[in-house]
Ligand binder design. Structure first.
Ligand SMILES: [Zn+2]
Ligand SMILES: [Zn+2]
Ligand SMILES: [Zn+2]
Ligand SMILES: [Zn+2]
Length: 320
C-alpha cells in the first residue's frame, strides 16, 4: 500500500517537474531543511541540490568515498560540451544511471514558494526600500512546486487584460483586479482609440483589396495574352517551317526546269546538227557526184588521149 502510494506520487512528480529543470537552489531548500538532510544530494557540477539525480558509476572512481551525484540537466549540458567525458575526473566513456530512490527523497523534501523566497532575497538586498506587501505563504513538497507556481501562487506576474489594446501593465495575479477597476477610463480610451484606428484602417484595407483585385484581373489578362502570344509564336514557327519547305521545293523545281530547258536545248542543237549534217552530207554527196562525174570525164579524155598516144608511139616505133 505504502509502495503504491509512492509510485503514484513519483508519476506526479515526473509530470510536474520537467526533465529539463536545472538543479534546486541549496539556499531555498535549506529554508525548511537541515544541511545534513541534503549533504548527499549535492550536484557535482553546480553544487546545488540535484534535480532528477544521476549517479556516476565509472569503475575509475570505485575507491572514492563520497556519493557521485549530478543533476540530470547539468549532466546533459556537460556531455553536450564534452561528449563521452566524465564530470568527476577526465576519462572517456562515463557510466551513469538514474537514482530513483534519491529522486523520490528529494521530491519529498519540504520547500517554501520559490517566488516568495526570491522576493525575500531581493528585500534583503534592498532593505527598507521595498513597497511589496503581498507574500505567498505556500509550504509544500518539492514535487508540488510547479503546480503551485502555475495555478495557486499569488506572486505570479500577469499581463493586463487590455494588453492587445496597448496597456503594458504587468502585476501580481492578486492585484490585477485592482488595476482593472482603477484604470477603467484608461482601458476604455485605449479600446476606443484602437477602434478608431481600425475604422481608419478599414477603408485603406478596402482600397488595398480593390487594388489587389485589379492587379489579379490584370495578371489574369496578362496570362491570357501570354497564352495567345505563345500560340501565335507557334503558328509563326509552323509557317516558317512550311515556308522553308516550299522554298526548298521551289528551288528543286527551278533546278528541274533548268535541267529540262537544257535538255530541250540539247535536243534542239542535236536536231540542228542532224539537219546540218544531213544537208552537208547531201551537198557533199552532190559534190562527190560532180567530182566523180568530172573525174570520169577527165579520165575518159585522158584515156582517149593515151589511146592516140599509143597509136603515135606504135607508128613511131615501126619506122625504125
Ligand atoms: Zn546541477
Ligand atoms: Zn567517471
Ligand atoms: Zn507562491
Ligand atoms: Zn491595464
Amino acid at each position: 500500500m505504502e509502495e503504491e502510494k509512492s509510485k503514484c506520487s513519483m508519476k506526479m512528480a515526473l509530470k510536474s517537474i520537467p526533465q529539463q529543470h536545472s538543479c534546486f537552489e541549496k539556499k531555498w531548500i535549506l529554508q525548511l531543511n537541515q544541511q545534513e538532510d541534503i549533504n548527499d544530494f549535492i550536484c557535482l557540477i553546480c553544487k546545488q541540490v540535484a534535480n532528477s539525480p544521476m549517479e556516476i558509476d565509472c569503475p575509475q572512481h570505485k575507491d572514492m568515498d563520497e556519493s557521485l551525484i549530478v543533476g540530470e540537466n547539468c549532466l546533459k549540458q556537460f556531455l553536450s560540451q564534452k561528449p563521452n567525458s566524465c564530470p568527476v575526473k577526465h576519462h572517456d566513456n562515463c557510466l551513469y544511471s538514474q537514482n530513483w530512490l534519491m529522486k523520490r527523497y528529494i521530491n519529498e523534501l519540504d520547500a517554501i514558494c520559490p517566488r516568495q523566497f526570491e522576493q525575500e532575497q531581493q528585500q534583503g538586498y534592498e532593505e527598507g526600500k521595498t513597497t511589496r506587501f503581498v507574500s505567498c505563504n505556500f509550504k509544500g513538497k518539492v514535487k508540488h512546486i510547479d503546480y503551485h507556481l502555475e495555478n495557486s501562487c499569488c506572486l505570479q506576474m500577469v499581463k493586463c487584460w487590455f494588453e492587445p489594446f496597448g496597456c503594458n501593465h504587468l502585476c501580481l495575479k492578486s492585484t490585477i483586479h485592482d488595476h482593472l477597476t482603477s484604470n477603467m477610463k484608461l482601458h476604455f480610451d485605449l479600446v476606443i482609440k484602437s477602434f478608431d484606428t481600425l475604422q481608419q484602417t478599414i477603408p485603406q484595407y478596402q482600397k488595398l483589396n480593390l487594388e489587389n483585385e485589379k492587379l489579379k484581373m490584370e495578371l489574369q489578362l496578362k496570362g491570357k495574352k501570354d497564352e495567345e502570344i505563345a500560340d501565335l509564336k507557334q503558328q509563326l514557327e509552323q509557317y516558317q517551317k512550311n515556308n522553308l519547305q516550299l522554298n526548298f521545293a521551289h528551288k528543286t523545281t527551278l533546278a528541274e526546269m533548268e535541267k529540262l530547258k537544257k535538255d530541250n536545248e540539247i535536243q534542239k542543237i542535236k536536231q540542228k546538227m542532224q539537219v546540218n549534217l544531213n544537208s552537208s552530207m547531201n551537198s557533199k554527196e552532190e559534190e562527190i557526184q560532180i567530182i566523180i562525174h568530172h573525174w570520169i570525164r577527165t579520165f575518159n579524155i585522158k584515156l582517149g588521149w593515151i589511146k592516140d598516144f599509143d597509136k603515135i608511139v606504135v607508128n613511131y616505133v615501126s619506122l625504125f
